[in-house]
Write a protein that binds this ligand. Structure first.
Ligand code: SF4
Length: 101
């Protein structure tokens, strides 16, 4: 059975180990989510908050899989989080848990 919960450790720690980015620093200002596609089910700020709370539902979020900085936003974050790297790390973690779009 593939682990979808906390068996692989906290999501924030996994992302940090992979990218050096601390998603707990996201202040949910949502300035990066002004141009979200209707296909996205939550803002980037909401996604990172849930990930920081180790909520595995983030791996099934359409925001995680539909995020495209070329189409929806420029990927800049006021607190310096590299959003694209974080998204890519979360996608990789989802795949390790047997989840794909
Ligand atoms: S701009 Fe940065 S701090 Fe604001 S919601 Fe997006 S990721 Fe979080």
């Amino acid at each position: 059975m593939k682990p979808e919960g906390g068996q692989r450790g906290p999501i924030a720690a996994i992302v940090f180990a992979s990218t050096g980015e601390d998603i707990r620093n996201c202040g949910q200002c949502d300035l990066c989510s002004i141009e979200l596609s209707p296909s996205m089910d939550m803002t980037i700020g909401e996604l990172l908050q849930k990930a920081a709370q180790n909520d595995p539902s983030v791996f099934r979020s359409t925001t995680l899989w539909h995020y495209d900085p070329m189409l929806h936003m420029d990927g800049r974050c006021q607190t310096g989080i590299d959003i694209l790297r974080v998204i890519e790390a979360m996608r990789e973690e989802a795949k390790l848990r047997g989840i794909s779009p």
